[in-house]
Design a protein around this ligand. Sequence first.
Ligand code: AMP
Ligand code: ZN
Length: 106
Amino acid sequence: MSDCIFCKIINGDFNTEFVYENEYAVVFRDINPKADTHLLVVPRKHVESLNELDDEFLLGKLMMTVKEAAKKAGLKSYRTVINTGKEAGQEVFHLHIHILAGSIKL
Ligand code: AMP
Ligand code: ZN
């Protein structure tokens, strides 16, 4: 998706640092952190939201990526959030999982 900010990040257009990455997803810091540590786990494949995801395998890989990225970031305790749809607060329509740790302002 050429007009998707997360696709551009995945493509390397903004030189965003990936704190973790694998075959299925990249993980980078949220630009407007709502916690001491606020990471976003983003599938390499463009999927608008959880409602458009029909790939159970990818869903499993994304959750494993949450765990692996949290471990790499030294987090033992963290909250995961998926906003689905505008009314629920989704702003970027490329599926992502928030990882929040420390003092959480949500
Ligand atoms: P959501 O509201 O669930 O769609 O979350 C989108 C998140 O993406 C927000 O927390 C934003 O702060 C974050 N965000 C938007 N643009 C960028 C960017 N260029 N780099 C990192 N995070 C971003
Ligand atoms: Zn995208």
